[in-house]
Design a protein around this ligand. Structure first.
Ligand SMILES: *Cc1c(COP(=O)(O)O)cnc(C)c1O
Length: 226
């Protein structure tokens, strides 16, 4: 059922997160509208997602292609103005599925994936903007390219005609994230990119103050994942 236009919530977790984004933006003399809130709905049931849609949220993020394929087609059919972002690691053999389903991809991080995505974008005729993920903490278990590899990877993505949205980072856990965000902003600037996907539930205000254009927030909107 379409929601009446007046139904947007002014209280609750969504309104609160938006108010915190606006307050952080104001401190940094930025416009809150320049920050896209990506509601990360991984591991959340369809009912919880639906509640957030009713509250007015339109941009969502998932970290697994298969989970998104199971949850989103029906939700999107009922709400065609929704944008879906992939925030988690992407296997090359899922590139075609990802390009078909997602409107933006935040986890481009290696040559093999550039090739797979370029092919998928070409076949689908869908130019899905991609953020290049940077592994600033140099953590082996985490996605993202090393800082030293970034210029070459960006050149390769540009040569393959991948639409580049910007850079993305997931800072190491238990470490003050501020320097990571500042470094990501500098790397983007050095490489002629404007989009910055950074900031999660614990640190999105800091990220906004340091220039985030996309914050990826799960727990602060939905509560803990089951
Ligand atoms: C889960 C996840 C988030 C959201 O994390 P919260 O701490 O729940 O806000 C953001 N980005 C990525 C890549 C994630 O996997």
């Amino acid at each position: 059922m379409p929601e009446p236009p007046g139904a947007l919530e002014t209280r609750g977790p969504l309104a609160e997160v938006k108010a915190r984004i606006a307050a952080a933006a104001k401190i940094a003399r930025r416009e809150a509208e320049d920050v896209t809130l990506v509601a990360v709905s991984k591991a959340q049931p369809v009912e919880a997602i639906h509640a957030l849609i009713v509250a007015g949220q339109r941009v969502f993020g998932e970290n697994r292609v298969q989970e998104a394929q199971a949850k989103w087609p029906a939700l999107r059919e009922a709400n065609p103005d929704i944008a879906l972002h992939l925030v988690g690691r992407l296997q090359s053999n899922k590139a075609e599925d990802a390009v078909a389903l997602f409107d933006q991809i935040h986890s481009l991080d290696r040559s093999s994936l550039i090739a797979a995505l370029a092919k998928a974008i070409d076949r689908a005729g869908r130019r899905v903007p991609c953020f290049v993920q940077v592994n600033i903490g140099e953590e082996p278990q985490k996605g993202g390219c090393a800082i030293g590899e970034l210029p070459a990877l960006l050149a390769e993505a540009r040569a393959a005609d991948i639409p580049l949205a910007g850079l993305m980072v997931v800072p190491p856990e238990g470490v003050e994230p501020t320097p990571c965000f500042a470094l990501l902003a500098k790397l983007a600037d050095d490489n002629g990119l404007t989009g910055l996907s950074m900031g999660m539930s614990g640190d999105f205000e800091t990220a906004v103050m340091l220039g985030a254009t996309h914050v990826r927030v799960g727990t602060a909107l939905f509560g803990e994942r089951g």
